[in-house]
Design a protein around this ligand. Structure first.
Ligand SMILES: *Cc1c(COP(=O)(O)O)cnc(C)c1O
Length: 367
């Protein structure tokens, strides 16, 4: 039996190879390797994809997109930023990089997203931002977050690393708060051939600030208006993304078709992670919840089916963040989820037959 992988770079490269190599050659021929027309073109293309008025600022990674966003909103030492502990570590590293303190909100066990019933209890006079994570491509209700914030001076950043193309009540995520941060890490829904990321904001003044911060804080050449960093997207990655963004609607369609098949095959047998109300899931990951997860994972591996856990360790219990003072039991839903979740193979080039095989083996493993 051919193995079924979580992600297959080769399958896509085979298909897009000609176009990708031509795009890279264009960059090499132009001699413009950083901050050129490819980057600007991609910023415009991604803003068009998001479909809301505003601007995009291309950066070096998803982590940097969050750092640049936090800095542009003036968030720094002493400020509190509310987020979740069931996310990729970079969500939290970004908050720490700017010197702010992460405050963790527990999750809703059904959606695995921030539990909005618990959010208002975490607001303090130091809270300056909420970093929302649209985990797996499932969408948190940003309008409800804004409603709960009310007239407090708290900014909303959306971590959209899993959610390119996901929608909330018809609107693209990343456009719903003050700044949306996206990653183009190779395995993401839109992936570069290396590191890359982008910020979106409807506020052009914020875009101007982010543009300055990503390049040493320059406004004019060699003059820093404020402290910045170096987080430019290089032209090769931008050129590759300019090719791949044309296929993004198709990638999303494939993911949704495959996810629908998973739901059909597993319904009533295996508990899947549900979409929030009004949400159009982007299916970066298809996640199920299992009681004997580790055993099932091993059984599937023996049948040549690769699976993954996103994420196996809640961040509040990691050694690096022990200084924040959290203990086991502080975020019960987050901790319980980490023991049960399993991500099944899902990428645009996967076939329906492969999904059927994963489901059959999974159901078999549960017997
Ligand atoms: C991948 C990811 C990031 C970070 O993106 P990089 O491009 O790897 O820096 C941030 N948040 C989440 C939820 C992610 O999955």
């Amino acid at each position: 039996m051919t193995p079924i992988r979580m992600f297959d770079h080769g399958a896509q490269y085979k298909r897009l190879r000609q176009e990708i190599l031509a795009a890279i050659e264009t960059v090499f021929d132009s001699g413009q390797l950083i901050m050129g027309s490819q980057g600007r073109q991609f910023e415009a293309a991604f803003a068009r994809f998001l479909g809301e008025p505003g601007g995009c600022v291309a950066v070096n990674s998803g982590t940097d997109a969050l750092v640049v966003a936090l800095k542009a909103l003036g968030i720094g030492p002493g400020d509190e930023v509310i987020t979740v502990a069931n996310t990729a570590v970079p969500t939290v590293s970004a908050i720490r990089i700017v010197g702010a303190v992460p405050v963790f909100c527990d999750i809703d066990p059904h959606t695995c997203l921030m539990d909005l019933a618990r959010l208002p209890g975490l607001f303090s006079h130091r809270t300056r931002a909420v970093v929302i994570v649209h985990l797996f491509g499932n969408v948190l209700d940003v309008a409800m977050v804004q409603y709960l914030i009310g007239n407090r001076s708290i900014q909303i950043i959306e971590d959209c690393a899993h959610a390119h193309g996901a929608r909330s009540n018809g609107k693209m995520v990343g456009t719903l708060g003050h700044i949306g941060a996206f990653s183009f890490y190779p395995t993401k829904i839109l992936g570069a051939y290396g590191d890359a990321g982008i910020c979106f904001s409807r506020d052009m003044e914020l875009c101007r600030r982010m543009r300055s911060i990503r390049m040493y804080g320059f406004t004019d050449r060699y003059v820093a208006e404020e402290e910045g960093l170096n987080s430019r997207m290089d032209e090769i990655q931008a050129a590759i993304l300019n090719v791949k963004i044309k296929y993004l609607p198709e990638f999303l369609q494939s993911r949704r078709t495959l996810a629908k098949r998973y739901v059909e095959r597993l319904q009533g047998i295996v508990e899947t992670v549900q979409a929030d109300r009004g949400a159009e899931h982007s299916y970066h990951l298809f996640v199920v919840r299992l009681n004997y997860r580790d055993k099932v994972k091993d059984t599937l591996a023996k049948c040549g089916i690769e699976t993954a856990i996103h994420y196996p360790y809640p961040i509040h219990l990691m050694k690096a963040y022990a200084f924040l003072g959290y203990a086991k039991g502080d975020l019960p839903n987050t901790e319980a989820m980490a023991e049960k979740i399993l991500s099944l193979p899902l990428y645009p080039e996967l076939t329906l037959d492969a999904v059927d095989r994963v489901c059959a083996e999974l159901i078999h493993a549960l017997r």
